[in-house]
Ligand binder design. Structure first.
Ligand SMILES: *Cc1c(COP(=O)(O)O)cnc(C)c1O
Length: 459
């Protein structure tokens, strides 16, 4: 029975999950292999050893149903976990909907998003294996913040390559990353051969996540005491985020509810996966009827318009190739786009679930995304990150559809972070400068002709 007297559902510290959940154990088909960019052949754990600690590589290829969370990681999780689940009563009222809307709020972490859930784990395993420094990329700055916090906790140095356009648009993210002791460069930079190569060809390049990944990977691969850390996309990153969905299942139980629709936004897929995979596992094992909605921007429509094929993870071609929905690894996000979620590819596990019809993907234009973000802030008080506003858009659309149908559907979405560093984008919205932009199909087709010869025709 749904309880009608709850607004906020909290869990005790002791209820932080003890294990991460691995969806690979419940998938109808095993994931497609990861391929070497030069040979087009499947790679093994040793190929990844220059970049990642063996513990993370084993998680990357694991099909165990669960993996225990180390005590040191769980102890740090206690700084902000368990995170609250809210019933969005005031939003329900504003929408005049019979739907019951819940949201899990990940903005209470020190970085302001879900990203520390994996940053802490990644820094821990790297420290265990004797690394001195981690390198990474960051787009809007959330991941760079999360990793710099984690490195600081474990006494690791941290080098962050930040997409140049964001570096200059979001100076306070840069300051925050520096406050935690990391070194930060605008990417493309002169620090790496990859950066110099891009600057040689495009001196005014605004950068992209694909380029910044190339720089961070090169830096790690050419220094023995450094490893690379990725904030999304990879299986082990999605795995670490499953604390979100596991807590949500417990909290929904306490509310006396089970969701009809589970909604999240997708950039590389980590918060969506972390939130939805524990529920998807229940659907796969117990035949539940729950729907899963992945929300993305029309300006970077990876899941809705991208091709499901092998592509590289970075622009220059230093990373392995993964089978995923992709806009092509040379993708540069349109400069007019303000809402984040700008990666050219998507997590292979999320892509596979979309391809199998288990997850539905929806793309939204940015004015409607900011409409939803502001409507949510006015109703519930929390200023959402523009990324999270994609999920809010889809949740509101589901609630309005429930009103049309006159049905009391139960909607739960992941509010992946707060928007306190994103007010520049809200400014652009309030002053009418945001334009909707649909990424052209022809550009995707063109980018996919630039795959390396080793991958041509591999499906
Ligand atoms: C980074 C980020 C995202 C997108 O990344 P995913 O890996 O798709 O989760 C979404 N929301 C917030 C608040 C973020 O910081």
């Amino acid at each position: 029975m749904a309880r009608d007297d709850v607004t906020k559902i909290l869990l005790d510290e002791s209820e932080i999950p003890t294990h991460w959940y691995n969806i690979v154990s419940d998938l109808p088909e095993p994931p497609s292999p990861v391929l070497h960019p030069g040979t087009g052949q499947p790679i093994g754990p040793d190929d990844l050893a220059p970049l990642f600690p063996m513990a993370l590589i084993m998680q990357e290829v694991s099909s165990e149903p669960t993996i225990e969370i180390p005590d040191e990681v769980r102890d740090i999780y206690k700084l902000w976990r368990p995170t609250p689940l809210y019933r969005a009563r005031r939003l329900e009222k504003a929408l005049d909907t019979p739907a019951r809307i819940y949201y899990k709020y990940e903005g209470t972490s020190p970085a302001g998003s879900h990203k520390p859930n994996t940053a802490i784990a990644q820094a821990y395993y790297n420290k265990q294996e004797g690394m001195k420094r981690l390198t990474t990329e960051t787009g809007a700055g959330q991941w760079g913040t999360a990793l710099s916090i984690a490195c600081n906790f474990f006494g690791l140095e941290c080098t962050v390559y930040m997409v140049k356009a964001s570096y200059f648009h979001k100076p306070y993210r840069k300051s925050m990353i520096e406050a935690y002791g990391a070194t930060i460069y605008p990417s493309p930079s002169e620090q790496t051969q990859a950066g110099r190569q891009v600057l040689g060809e495009f001196p005014d390049s605004p950068g992209s996540l694909g380029i910044a990944i190339s720089e961070a990977v090169e830096d790690a691969a050419t220094h023995d005491d450094a490893h690379y850390a990725l904030g999304s996309v990879l299986n082990h990153v999605l795995l670490h985020q499953t604390v979100i969905g596991q807590e949500t299942i417990k909290q929904m139980e306490k509310a006396g509810e089970y969701p009809d629709v589970v909604v999240g936004c997708v950039g590389g897929g980590s918060n969506f996966a972390g939130f939805s995979f524990p529920f998807i596992g229940q659907r796969l094992r117990e035949n539940k009827k729950t729907r899963f909605v992945a929300a993305e921007p029309q300006a970077c429509p990876t899941l809705t318009k991208g091709e499901y094929t092998y592509d590289l993870g970075d622009t220059v071609g230093l990373t392995p190739a993964m089978k995923m929905h992709t806009l092509g690894h040379t993708f540069i996000p349109p400069s007019i786009h303000s809402g984040g979620l700008r990666y050219h590819g998507d997590a292979p596990l999320v892509s596979q679930l979309v391809n199998d019809g288990i997850v539905e993907a929806v793309a939204h234009g940015q004015t409607k995304i900011f409409d939803a973000g502001v409507q949510f802030a006015r109703a519930e008080g929390i200023m959402p990150a523009p990324e999270a506003a994609h999920a809010i858009r889809s949740a509101i659309d589901e609630a309005l559809a429930a009103r049309e149908a006159g049905e009391g559907r139960v909607i739960v979405f992941n509010l992946s972070g707060h928007g306190h560093f994103d007010m520049g984008a809200y400014d652009a919205y309030f002053s009418g400068q945001l334009e909707d932009f649909e990424y052209p199909e022809a550009a995707i087709k063109d980018a996919l002709t630039k795959l390396p010869p080793s991958l041509a025709g591999v499906t």
